[in-house]
Design a protein around this ligand. Structure first.
Ligand code: KIV
Ligand code: ZN
Length: 526
């Protein structure tokens, strides 16, 4: 691997090439409720690789056996991107990350330590001198395992600049090839963030031999603005996530970074290697597997991002698209909304519609989606693109679930008590139960609880219609909380009760994954 900071890991790149480091599978997955299974992580990694992401941070290998397995499998699978594994400044973490990425074409260890006085005093309980020694020892350890080592100064933006320069100096001397200065708590403003890069690059010897990286959180809604500001001060790697998912208010959104650079080349004269027409597809995939809805007015990938409601805007767009559109929906992979097909549409028409919507399904997933499409077309007169997307996303989200809803019959109405008869497939065996409740949703959820006893608390129950009309599909989101662990599930169906049951069961499936993962992290806490 090239350690030249101006080379994009094997690809030829000039000084204005911005390296995109995606951390959806690590920082993104860390956000409450966004747990992904092993298979889902592999699918997201494949999409990121196809889209042209330069570096995929695949996970935190020491965190759990599952994380280690996922990072190793992604390292073996990915064809173009560098695969990074995260490690605290602890030898065991670094060795585990090295082991996980060792089969990658290009593997990176990303190690970090806190540098701010507040973290040193209250979390690490270490002196500045001790942390400097830790940086030297741990970066050198990582560099013995791989050539490509990224070092991050956690909470850099609340670190005194002189001490930050000493830390960066120690990391470069010990062999780091990328220096990341995160705004861990989303506190910086754009001018301040840029100034930090400028000063560090000016003051630290050999800073021209490494690549500088941004990593911004969105607590004040400034993550993208801060990341872009740092480019003007010499940063050439941006860490970001699809849909901006991540801890608390999230990370800088990849799609916003990429489209800002593409659309405003006059002000941001840089290049990324991203195929922007895949942004919409990546957004939908991440939303489907995390069960994390994308807000309607989200820039670039929100449902309303290219919708024009006001008469004046619609009139302008019809006369000349650029009157109210600074980029086209097609440029981010959004096709025109159209009436799709009815119950007479065949396999070929369905296959080409999926292609047009940006889905590439394997044979089994295609057959499953086709059967469900036929079922939907029988129940719903008009099937729109949004219906197909909800149906396919639902299939992707539940493909690897250990528990599935087989059937549900609900008796509702004002003559109570309402009751639900539910059959679940739990690891290949069908179980049926009947329950009553205070309304049909309560009866349905009580039935699930009888079959899968658990203590988790229902934190959120939300329903929205995928399209217009009384025969529209309902998309239901359910969030469960258990001992501080949060998981989200989603389900779609023309029957709101069936969608609700699917969403609840999907959240329980995620909870199982999360239970395994957090048990290991707690054992290994600092
Ligand atoms: O926000 C942060 O500081 C991080 C580091 C681990 C890079 O996620
Ligand atoms: Zn972070």
């Amino acid at each position: 691997m090239s350690t030249d900071p101006h080379k994009s890991d094997g690809q030829v790149a000039d000084a204005d090439r911005v390296v995109i480091f995606d951390t959806t599978l690590r920082d993104g997955e860390q956000c409450p409720g966004a747990t992904m299974t092993f298979e889902e992580k592999l699918e997201v990694a494949e999409c990121l690789d196809q889209m042209g992401v330069d570096i995929i941070e695949a996970g935190f290998p020491i965190a759990s056996e599952g994380d280690f397995e996922a990072v190793s499998a992604i390292a073996k699978q990915v064809k173009n991107a560098t695969v990074a594994g995260l490690a605290r400044a602890i030898f065991a973490d670094i060795d585990r990350a090295g082991e996980a990425v060792k089969h990658a074409k290009r593997g990176r260890i990303h190690t970090f330590v806190s540098t701010s006085p507040i973290h040193l005093a209250h979390q690490m309980r270490k002196t500045e001198a001790e942390v400097l020694e830790i940086i030297t020892a741990t970066v050198a350890r990582a560099r013995n395992l791989v050539e490509d080592v990224e070092w991050s100064a956690m909470d850099a933006t609340r670190t005194g600049i002189d001490y930050l320069c000493q830390c960066v100096d120690a990391a470069i001397k010990a062999g780091a090839t990328t220096i990341n200065l995160p705004d861990t708590v989303g506190y910086a403003t754009p001018d301040e963030y840029a100034a930090m890069f400028r000063i560090v690059r000016e003051q630290v010897p050999n800073s021209d031999k490494v690549r500088f990286s941004t990593h911004c959180h969105n607590d004040l809604g400034l993550a993208v603005a801060n990341s872009l500001a740092a480019l003007g001060a010499g940063a050439r790697q941006i860490e970001c996530t699809i849909n901006g998912i991540g801890e608390r208010a999230g990370n800088a959104a990849l799609e916003e970074i990429v489209m800002a650079i593409k659309t405003r080349r006059d002000r941001l004269p840089y290049d990324t290697g991203i195929d922007a027409t895949m942004l919409s597809r990546a957004s939908r995939l991440v939303s489907a597997v995390t069960n994390f809805p994308v807000q309607y007015n989200k820039a670039i990938v929100g449902r309303n991002a290219f919708a024009h409601e006001s008469g004046i805007h619609q009139d302008g767009i019809l006369k000349y698209q650029q009157t109210y559109e600074i980029m086209t929906p097609e440029s981010v992979g959004v096709g025109k909304t159209s009436l799709v097909m009815g119950k007479h549409s065949g396999r070929n028409a369905f296959r080409s519609k999926l292609k047009e919507l940006g889905y590439e399904l394997g044979e089994n997933a295609f057959e499953d989606a086709f059967v469900r499409f036929k079922g939907l077309a029988d129940r719903k007169k008009h099937v729109y693109d949004e219906d197909i997307e909800a149906l396919v996303d639902e299939g992707i989200a539940h493909m690897h679930d250990r528990m599935k809803v087989v059937s549900l019959t609900v008796i509702a109405g004002n003559m109570g008590p309402q009751s639900a008869t539910l059959t679940l497939d739990i690891e290949g065996v069908q179980h049926t139960v009947q329950s009553t409740g205070n309304g049909p949703v309560d009866a349905t959820f009580n039935a699930i609880k009888l079959l899968v006893p658990h203590e988790a608390k229902l934190d959120l129950y939300q329903v929205h219609a995928v399209t217009e009309g009384t025969d529209a599909q309902a998309e239901v989101s359910v969030r469960l909380e258990e001992g501080g662990r949060m998981v989200t599930g989603r389900g779609a169906d023309t029957d709101t009760m069936v969608a609700s049951a699917r969403a609840y069961v999907s959240a329980l499936n995620k909870l199982m994954v999360k239970r395994q993962k957090t048990a290991r992290v707690q054992q290994q806490a600092l």
